[in-house]
Design a protein around this ligand. Structure first.
Ligand code: FES
Length: 63
């Protein structure tokens, strides 16, 4: 599914970028050599990134 029509960025590409460490749509798009144009996709892209970040294992403090 296309998330960003301006740049033809897919949901999978956004999720891959988040798993690789991108925490914002701008950073995710930059990994694809793109940048936001109209910005109407940014809220949804951030939701996808937040979902991927939430899947990360939580770090525990070691005493
Ligand atoms: S739809 Fe993503 S910048 Fe326009």
């Amino acid at each position: 599914m296309i998330v960003c029509n301006c740049n033809r960025i897919t949901e999978g590409e956004v999720r891959d970028a988040a798993r690789a460490g991108a925490t914002t749509p701008e950073r995710a798009y930059a990994t694809l050599d793109c940048e936001p144009q109209c910005c109407c996709c940014l809220d949804y892209a951030q939701e996808l990134i937040d979902e991927e970040l939430a899947k990360r294992p939580k770090l525990r403090a070691v005493a």
